[in-house]
Design a protein around this ligand. Structure first.
Ligand code: TRH
Length: 386
């Protein structure tokens, strides 16, 4: 009997890098830590190439970091379905592939991997089956999340060991050299800033520029960059540029490959992150962070934001929780982040402590492991071992 689990992951890139960011991370982890034969189908290889520069956006098929990467083109080829089929974020699988799944004697385990949310209803929907209306197939909802009743989060086995080794190196000289910068003076506040367009930027920069502490703000190229340029009167901001005003220095970084982004988060005292995957990585960094949530229609994202803040702040004293709410609401509401910053940063020591405890608590619930456990439970017959 073939004992290697074969897994197909389907990723339809809607916008930005979150969809492919999560799929690429999951694919690598399943392949490299659990020996799963992973085929990743992506409709936009250009986005993958941003996260993994060695991927060739022109190739229909290639092997990348232990993962077979396939271009998901409109005309889908005839392939044998895998044992485990993961459709990311309810992307619709090719009809031909679904028909092939239904034709298998032993049906694949079909999972819809959902977006991350801290809302209560997630626990009740995690692992729910959804029978196909006409074919003999069942799809299961799989929800990542922050509580033991959810599917957990993606966390590589050695991440904390690598993080601790990095953070215990006082100078982190190699990292600063690699981004072409001298090691900042110890009193400098190091900030990474990854976000969407945000009108709250100006007052935050104002408060950093006029504050007593030197601030070094590192901005990876992306959607917030035009506003950064505007603040400094530059209509063409790009990687490598450097700006300053009072005590604030801003340096624009190129978008780095996915593994190297972690180092940026580890090196900074506070990280501004967005979407889904960078937000999780900021939590693993064990440092205070500010989340710019992906904006949705009718402000539904604010419910998601508040649900997360409630969970995250449960371990904080009320005044620190209040300060965190203040800054996160201001940053997501596009107003008043300058005032909210001072209150937030006055609590930095407890926020740091909480960030560390939170990361440790969450680390016991591994999404990749939970997925494979669930797969084995549903796929009783073949008796795969992990
Ligand atoms: O790019 P995002 O805004 O993605 C969003 C969200 O996932 C959102 O939920 C989804 O609905 C929408 O896309 C379609 O933010 P996110 O999720 O943080 O993804 C960014 C990825 O880019 C993440 O894997 C980290 C990675 N990254 C790098 O690899 N290098 C970099 O330099 C930076 C800044 C990020």
């Amino acid at each position: 009997m073939n004992k290697i689990i074969r897994c197909d992951i389907f990723c339809n890139v809607i916008d930005n890098y979150g969809d492919i960011g999560v799929c690429w991370r999951l694919a690598r982890q399943l392949a490299n830590e659990y020996g799963v034969a992973v085929r990743l189908w992506v409709d936009d290889l250009g986005s993958l190439a941003k996260l993994c520069p060695e991927a060739d956006a022109e190739l229909e098929s290639q092997l990348c970091r232990g993962v077979e990467v396939r271009h998901w083109a409109a005309l889908f080829p005839e392939v044998e379905p895998a044992h485990l089929v993961i459709e990311a974020f309810a992307c619709e699988l090719p009809e031909r592939y679904v028909a092939a799944m239904a034709a298998q004697k032993h049906k694949p385990v079909w999972i819809n991997l959902e977006y991350l949310s801290a809302e209560n209803w997630v626990e009740g929907c995690h692992k729910l089956p959804s029978p196909h209306p006409s074919l003999p197939l069942v799809k299961y909802f799989f929800f990542p999340g922050f509580t033991p009743q959810t599917g957990g989060l993606l966390l590589e086995r050695d991440l904390f060991v690598r993080r601790d080794a990095f953070q215990n190196d006082a100078s982190q000289q190699a990292f600063w050299q690699s981004i072409g910068m001298p090691t900042p003076a110890p009193e400098t506040l190091k900030v990474s800033l990854f976000g969407y367009e945000n009108t709250a930027l100006q007052s935050l920069f104002d408060v950093w520029a006029s504050g007593n502490q030197p601030v070094l703000c590192l901005v990876p190229e992306g959607r917030i960059l035009p506003q950064v340029g505007k603040y400094f009167g530059d209509a063409a901001p790009c990687a490598g540029k450097d700006y300053s005003s009072g005590n604030l220095r801003v340096h624009v970084l190129p978008f780095v490959e996915q593994e190297r982004y972690d180092e940026l988060l580890w090196a900074c005292d506070i990280n501004f992150v967005r979407g889904e995957d960078s937000c999780v990585r900021a939590q693993w960094a064990g440092q205070p962070f500010v989340w710019h949530i992906y904006p949705q229609h009718d402000n539904v994202h604010m419910q998601k934001l508040r649900a997360f803040m409630e969970l995250y702040c449960a371990g904080l004293p009320p005044d620190a929780a209040h300060a965190l709410h203040g800054l996160w609401e201001a940053w997501n509401g596009g107003l008043g982040s300058g005032q909210a910053w001072n209150d937030f940063w006055a609590h930095r020591s407890i926020l740091r402590q909480q960030a560390r405890v939170w990361a440790q608590e969450l680390s016991g619930n591994s999404l990749a492991l939970n997925l494979l456990d669930f797969f084995r439970r549903i796929d009783k017959i073949r008796g795969f071992k992990i």
